[in-house]
Design a protein around this ligand. Sequence first.
Ligand code: SF4
Length: 228
Amino acid sequence: MLCGATAWHSKINFKLRRKIRVNSDFKICVNANLLVTSLTTINRYNKNDLSNIVQLTSDLGVHNVSFNCAIPSVNRKKIDASFTLSPQEVAKKIENIYCLSKSQGIKTHFNLTIPICLIEENILEQMIDDNVVAVGCQMYHGKGVAFDPVGNILPCTHFADFPIISLQNQIDLQKDFTSIWQKDDEVCQFREELWRYPSPKCHECKYWGGCVGGCPLLWSFYDPLKII
Ligand code: SF4
């Protein structure tokens, strides 16, 4: 089932082998001439498999090999960061993946939701030149929307317990969504409050506005003043 798998395959661990069988679905899509993207969330449990994942997805013919980063999970009862790597650890992983994949001629893309200054500057500049980084967060501009299972509207998927528009308010979303989303006081205030510097260093930074200091939920667990 693993067309294209090479010698590295024998070196990888059992869990990843099992994933490979699942991921052979990629090959079916590639063979059907679909544009195929893989998205791997860098986290504590896959941190040692990342370079193998790059090789695997590349061997399977995946067109866009992409990565993002695990963010602490927040709900009304607790903040859980047990599965995340610290932003500094993520930055190192990203440097390694980028350099390794570039040296092998594999193009990888990164949705950077960490402070991008944690990445070594000359590597970051190369990544920007190569057009392989996306930064920022759609919440700051209200460009994305998520729905919970009962239809409440969340500012992003990480706000499961915190609807920004609650169906309890008897709103006719079909009719009123656009005006609420663009003009409602609470929605606008939520966005305004996001636009704050997590660290004084961001104030003068050339990357501010694109990088917004990383995902704001990082700072529900990590201390930005110690990290940025
Ligand atoms: S905006 Fe802040 S977090 Fe982002 S690169 Fe600049 S200093 Fe770092």
